[in-house]
Design a protein around this ligand. Structure first.
Ligand SMILES: NC(=O)C1=CN([C@@H]2O[C@H](COP(=O)(O)OP(=O)(O)OC[C@H]3O[C@@H](n4cnc5c(N)ncnc54)[C@H](OP(=O)(O)O)[C@@H]3O)[C@@H](O)[C@H]2O)C=CC1
Ligand SMILES: O=C1O[C@H](COP(=O)(O)O)[C@@H](O)[C@H](O)[C@H]1O
Length: 517
């Protein structure tokens, strides 16, 4: 990774919160561990909770001890912690921001930080607008700050539907230039997600078969074992579609489906991602049930932990119709992918924590060995599947059929594996490390551009509209909609299996020892 040359103050709004403690501060510490931060690096936390600098440092120390992948080193901590500062203020109050401007001036003078500021919005989205308005009003960041580094990093969720996303984009673009706005999606910071592009476009052998002539279908799974825990208040308003599908999974889809960029730079890569997203077939809300399955978890056990039914979780409306699981079949209407279904699924309280992309290749034109396969299913599934394992056990696997040694011709499914940890001797670093560094260095490649977020929301809002229509219909009939259920600790509802079974396919469940199931 490249070292940051120029000094910078990172202002973290919402610094008293979970993201700051679990992700941002440990990621900065890890950058310090790798000697990637500038000598006079400075972090100024800003939130309403009244902490002193020392109290904030204590909070940060807890975060680093618990969550840093670099471990805890007392000597490094002493250097790192003396660069952390804190001030309290309100997110919608001009005086607080004037005080912030004054504090930044002092820090500039004391620490020679050159007037370079990166503002990180690690707060709930309800205060994104007031914070950015006041940053602009106090002149801390505006279009004319060209002489200094002045950038805004904005966390997800970016809007809750197309209209609100457009509205937030418009608000930001009234105040700042697009290249000052860093819309974050932490999946793009994951090494294995970035590797999708290297794998596809850095090698000569995969791209020629990466299309409708060879690919039968694509499956993208982002499964989590935990329930919603104590995030009921947030999650019940978001659901799986807004929490995961609109952002992380759309990005995985775009990177899998996109055409090669002209060059590996921010605009070219994002142009191609936008084209891929625009090629997703727009869904007719009336037909939502043909393409999308939603469900909620019931009680069960996942990874040895008892999980209550979603409707009994703290902060959840007992009549909620918010989905904790969503499966979506879509098609990409372009030359490369015409007729190849993409199946996406994500959910909480599932049987495994895993993110993977499966490229399932077509069967050979003639199945010469179909009757020689040991214990075949009634229907012989395609044997060649390329699995991009995003997490955990990051790597790539290709399954194929081979002859089992012996005088008879017996065919068995085997695999070729690439493992990150085996090949590179270490696990991939944390996504926030990479993204923070890129934001400071001014590289927007791994951040979401305005049009990207809007086209993703456009396709997702069609699904949301379909569900809304169903709810309105039920209400008119005096009924309450009840979502399908799946037991916590399983791979999801039977309706999701049926979505694929209708096409003669099945979900390839990760961790399946025998890839034939
Ligand atoms: N936590 C995570 O793992 C992830 C978080 N995110 C996103 O990052 C952002 C921050 O997340 P997280 O740290 O978990 O959030 P928190 O709920 O911990 O909020 C962060 C801080 O914001 C302030 N805050 C909380 N609620 C409100 C409110 N209603 N109005 C104004 N201020 C409030 C609090 O600080 P104070 O009261 O001191 O002002 C709090 O410490 C969110 O947008 C979230 O969606 C994205 C991916 C992962
Ligand atoms: O953004 C989010 O992502 C996490 C999953 O992230 P991962 O890096 O652990 O795969 C998810 O748990 C959370 O609900 C969502 O807000």
């Amino acid at each position: 990774m490249k070292r940051i040359e120029q000094p910078v103050v990172i202002v973290v709004f919402g610094a008293s919160g979970d993201l700051s403690k679990r992700k941002l501060i440990p990621a900065l510490y890890q950058l310090a561990y790798q000697n990637l931060l500038p000598a006079n690096f400075t972090l100024l936390g800003f939130a309403r909770t009244p902490y002193t600098d020392d109290e904030f440092r204590e909070l940060a120390r807890e975060g680093v001890t618990q969550y840093s992948t670099a471990g805890f080193d007392e000597h490094l901590w002493r250097w790192f912690s003396q660069n952390l500062f804190y001030m309290s203020g309100n997110y919608d109050d001009l005086e607080s921001f004037q005080a912030l401007a004054k504090r930044l001036e002092e820090l500039d003078a004391e620490r020679n930080t050159g007037g370079n500021y990166l503002f990180y919005l690690a707060t709930p989205p309800s205060v994104f607008k007031p914070i950015t308005s006041l940053i602009a009003e106090t002149g801390l960041c505006c279009r004319t700050s060209a002489d200094h580094l002045r950038r805004i990093v904005i966390e997800k969720p970016f809007g809750h539907d197309l209209e609100s996303a457009k509205d937030l984009n418009q608000h930001l673009l009234n105040l700042f230039d697009e290249d000052q706005i860093y819309r974050i999606d932490h999946y793009l910071g994951k090494e294995t997600v970035q590797n999708i592009l290297v794998f596809r476009f850095g090698n000569g052998i995969f791209e020629p078969i990466w299309n409708r002539n060879y690919v039968d279908h694509v499956q993208i799974t982002v499964a989590e074992t935990l329930g919603i825990g104590d995030r009921g208040g947030y999650y019940d308003k978001a659901g799986a579609i807004r929490d995961m599908l609109q952002n992380h999974m759309m990005q995985l889809l775009a990177l899998t489906a996109m055409e090669p960029p002209v060059a590996f730079d921010a605009e070219d890569v994002r142009d191609q991602k936008v084209n891929a997203l625009r090629s997703i077939r727009p869904l007719d809300p009336e037909e939502v049930d043909q393409w999308v399955v939603r469900a909620q978890y019931g009680p069960g056990v996942s990874e040895g932990q008892e999980i209550p039914a979603y409707l009994e979780e703290k902060g959840v409306d007992p009549h909620s119709t918010t989905e904790t699981y969503v499966a979506w079949k879509t098609e990409i209407d372009n030359w490369r992918w015409n007729g190849v279904p993409f199946y996406l699924r994500t959910g909480k309280a599932l049987a495994g924590k895993v993110t993977e992309i499966n490229i399932v290749f077509r069967k050979p034109p003639l199945m010469l060995f179909a009757n020689l396969i040991a214990n075949p299913n009634t229907q012989v599934p395609p044997s060649n599947v390329l699995t991009l394992r995003i997490q955990p056990d990051e790597g790539i696997r290709l399954t194929f059929d081979a002859k089992r040694p012996g005088p008879a011709v017996n065919v068995e499914r085997v695999a070729m594996d690439f493992s990150y940890s085996e090949s590179f001797g270490k696990d991939p670093g944390d996504a926030y490390e990479r993204l923070l560094l890129d934001a400071i260095l001014g590289d927007t490649t791994l951040f979401i551009r305005r049009d990207e977020i809007e086209v993703a929301w456009e396709r997702i809002t069609r699904i949301l509209n379909g569900w809304k229509m169903q709810e309105e219909k039920a209400a008119q009939a005096g009924k309450r909609l009840r979502l399908p259920r799946y037991a916590a600790g399983t791979w999801g509802p039977k309706e999701a299996d049926e979505l694929l079974a209708r096409d003669g396919r099945y979900w390839r469940n990760p961790h399946t020892v025998n890839p034939r199931r």
